[in-house]
Design a protein around this ligand. Structure first.
Ligand SMILES: Cc1cc2nc3c(=O)[nH]c(=O)nc-3n(C[C@H](O)[C@H](O)[C@H](O)COP(=O)(O)O)c2cc1C
Length: 194
């Protein structure tokens, strides 16, 4: 088994503004396959993805913006224009959903959503390892039911969890500043803390 340098994980940073080229078909297949290695309680395989490419991204933008306005959510002309500009440049969006499976009462819903989150994390890392930038967004009407339905994720059966954009970074952001892990970790030594 080949060993991936830890440096890949440490150097990943999200990049929102992306342009073509995005991953080719074989790279995209590799990225999506990494989602299948996510930890998954009960092997429910709750992750679902819809691939949205190039002109379809612009069409989704039109439909999502209409749905956001129909819902009466605030959207300034400036924000709308920025969103459209962002979408116009993107080569690839992957819509992310979690299948709920109401018949399975053993594994709580949040664990399924965590499994999907882990799947997306694998894809973020895979995109980075292949030299692409990527960004997970819960904008563009993620919490508007109509947008979920437009994408084919019936809101009774699925939780729509946003979009993963993948492409070539428009600007090199340089390394991200990360906190020192020690701020978030304590030693627990076997006695009740609180
Ligand atoms: C579930 C989820 C949804 C997110 N949605 C947004 C979003 O809508 N807009 C945004 O600016 N950042 C969003 N972020 C944060 C970015 O994807 C990214 O993590 C953040 O800019 C920090 O960059 P980093 O991943 O390099 O630390 C989201 C992150 C997660 C995990």
């Amino acid at each position: 088994m080949s060993v991936v340098p830890l440096e890949y994980l440490l150097s990943r940073r999200s990049t929102k503004f992306l342009k073509s080229p995005g991953p080719d078909e074989s790279q995209l297949a590799q990225i999506l396959q990494t989602a299948m290695s996510a930890p998954d309680h009960g092997r429910l395989q709750p992750w679902r993805f819809a691939l949205i490419r190039e002109e379809s991204i612009v069409r989704l933008g039109d439909m999502a913006i209409s749905a956001i306005k129909a819902e009466g959510l605030p959207l300034t002309p400036e924000k709308e224009a920025n969103t459209r500009r962002w979408l116009e440049e993107l080569p690839l969006l992957i819509a992310i959903a979690c299948k709920i499976d109401h018949n399975n009462t053993k594994i709580p819903e949040h664990e399924r959503m965590l499994a999907v989150g882990c799947a997306v994390m694998n894809m973020l890392n895979a995109a980075h390892m292949l030299g692409y930038g990527a960004f997970w967004s819960t904008g563009l009407g993620t919490y508007v039911d109509e947008v979920s339905e437009i994408l084919g994720f019936d809101t009774l059966e699925y939780r729509f969890m946003g979009y993963l954009a993948i492409g070539t970074p428009i600007r090199d952001l340089g390394p991200a500043q990360r906190p020192d892990f020690t701020q978030f970790v304590k030693e627990w030594t076997g006695t009740r803390s609180i």
